[in-house]
Write a protein that binds this ligand. Sequence first.
Ligand SMILES: [Zn+2]
Ligand SMILES: [Zn+2]
Length: 356
Amino acid sequence: MAERARNPELGRGERVERGVFRLRLPLPWPGVPHCNSWAVQSGDGVVLFDTGMHQPDSMAQLERAMAMCGLRVEQVVLVVCTHAHLDHCGQAGEIVARAGCELWMHPNHDGLRRMISDPQAVLGRQLEVARQSGVPEAALRRYAAERSSGDLEVFPVPEPDRALVDGVTVDTDLGTWTTYETPGHAPSHVCLYQPEHRLLISGDHLLGRISLYFDYGSAPDPVGEYLRSLDLVAGLNARLCLPGHGRTFTDVRAHIDASRTLVDQRLAAVAEAIALEPLSPFEIVPRVYGEAVTQANAHWLLSKILCYLAHLHTAGLAYVIAGEPERWLGSDRPVAPAAAEADQAGAETHAGAAKP
Ligand SMILES: [Zn+2]
Ligand SMILES: [Zn+2]
């Protein structure tokens, strides 16, 4: 989990193209200072793609950004969320209540529902995954103590009025946008494409500054899903990408290729790390990212490493050795002394014990 930080950012709005406005909204996360909502003209109002995160003054920031474009929250005729992460759907409840409009979102948002209904259980599961991954007990206790103190509560996001699945269309003055399911970053992720103007609303599937994240535990192989989703989006031939964070960009194909290359590099680095000795995900992190696991980056980096391991396992290139913590090896035949010891200790080294 990212640390909370004072954020001097203010909501800002700007026109991108005729009838398309970027609303840049502040986030409380170091390293990810803001996210985008996209307001697209639709008759007297706008369709709002993504909402920003709910924070104490977040509606004021949204109002400020919309006012800079001559828009008001009450003019929103429909809220469409690219995925069920809180920086993209967190304000949906307040906006639909004020505007009296519908919310459309993909139905695979169980993780969000669990965060709303039982945040303590979600924290417990995160700690269990971290323990299995080799995070030391003292760090886990410290993290649990800090996270139990009230910042677990998630502002409710209503159930969507419509399931935003493949082929669902959204009408705007620019023309009709079509929904494409693009799981990987999150199981609920979709992109929306407007073919006449070749505009792509990409959420967190494609970002201007290449950055990867996968929801661990949401699917057997989120990385594989992400790669297939990149192929799908590559076939759309978008001219301009409207991403979930950062500026718009036109070299969409290059961003798709760079995202794929980064996945390949990370997979290769993980495979290399576990080629000769069994390692826990906690031990793999510094070998792949060049930085140790800290409280600030633990959830982010361990989720990614676990997803890369799951992908390598799917390809028969990584095997888990049961234990506390679980360790991973790039071969089902231990070749290093450490691995041999683990084997003698009764550990299993076969695909059947692999997660998830
Ligand atoms: Zn996201
Ligand atoms: Zn995001």
